[in-house]
Design a binder for this molecule. Sequence first.
Ligand code: APR
Length: 357
Amino acid sequence: MRQLFNIMIILYSSATAYSRKVNPMPFKLIQSDITDLKVDAIVNAANASLLGGGGVDGAIHRAAGAGLLAECRTLGGCKTGQAKITKGYNLPAKYVIHTVGPIWQGGDKDEEGLLRSCYQSSLELAVEYKLSSIAFPLISSGIYGYPKDKAIKVAEAVIGEFLQRHELMVYLVIYNRRSFKLPEKTFTAINAFIDNRYVDEYRIFDRSEAHKVGMLYESKMIQTESVDEQASKEALRSLTDLMAELQETFSERLLRLIDLKGKTDVESYKRANVDRKLFSKIRSDKHYKPSKSTVIAFSIALELNLDETKDLLQKAGFALSRSSKFDLIIEYFINEENYDLYEINEALFAFDQPLLG
Ligand code: APR
């Protein structure tokens, strides 16, 4: 009878854990037509007249209908770097925030400052109007000629700083994935990293190579401190600590790592691009089952090395796989000790992989 009861408990907790699995990320890079998005506000990359134009401006006016233009006529234009808000009319979005980006003139006419101000002013309107979600196009990166790779860095910087102090769902919309390019050096390095490991993994199953890998493993073992030195270190750690660590759940291990790394809860989940509500579920339910992406996002936020990351994943029932591009890209960035979550998400986006957080 007891056994049946235990099985019932396990089934119930895994079912509720599954149903509770939420994974809202406060900042998301997405590919879409911004006029399709059902968010509180979409941002329009307008011109100073606010009377419509081409690009995303034209698309928004077409989708919103004549009412938008009529309201824009009452606004008296808008200065570069500033933002004004109207209703969304026929759009699925409730509001349109119109902002005027700088025209790219080589980078020494304060284009970056003005572009930062576009994002900042739009976000301030979102706070003023108590919005819970907003979607940006890549302002100035079309007709106004701002280099896309620079434009995305500006957007991520301002949005990232804002999300350290506010709760808001922010989408950065890339209209066509083709136009989204990683810096050549990064793209090539990641590609090589993936190719090698895929080949390595594949080659290991070829018997003639297996002993080589074995020898490599042996030599690595010899190079590190000898086994008995290692054993004596382990012996110094009390057996109870080891036993406790072995029995830790993901949530317990995560909270211990946050303390160990000297971080606060807030800075940890913010750096992990994880929503406050999700973090409080993890904190309050020691058996909470997170998604693999959430585990990895915290590994990046806490700047864990590869072994620590694998260990934390294992606590949640996951492992890094050499046959997954997503996992290999994560492994690449951890090996490079590059814990910039925005840069990692750009790479994941460029390789058509799900994002972190
Ligand atoms: N959804 C999302 N993004 C879009 C869409 C769309 N429907 N259409 C275009 N974009 C993207 C472009 O690919 C580009 O990355 O929006 C970004 C900004 O491009 P533009 O719309 O050309 O805006 P911008 O570069 O800021 O130039 C503004 O263009 O449309 C005129 O009246 C506007 O004069 C102003 C100038």
